[in-house]
Design a binder for this molecule. Sequence first.
Ligand SMILES: [Zn+2]
Length: 75
Amino acid sequence: MYSPKIKEQLIPVIYKRAKREHKPMTAIINELIEESLYKIYYCRNCNNQIEVEKGTKEAYCDHCQSEVYLITSSL
Ligand SMILES: [Zn+2]
């Protein structure tokens, strides 16, 4: 699969963070991308945590096994 290239200027920054956190650079990059694309929501019915793509309004809750509207914070 096509792998996009990381901007050259970002490499030293990622390198430093990877060293500081004792993780491979790919792990740092993947974490950052995940943080920016996904968000933790809570099921409106049972307050179960659901990780979904940002901006998503509905998801399937494994806990109550139904389609649910999502809320952004726990009550
Ligand atoms: Zn639920």
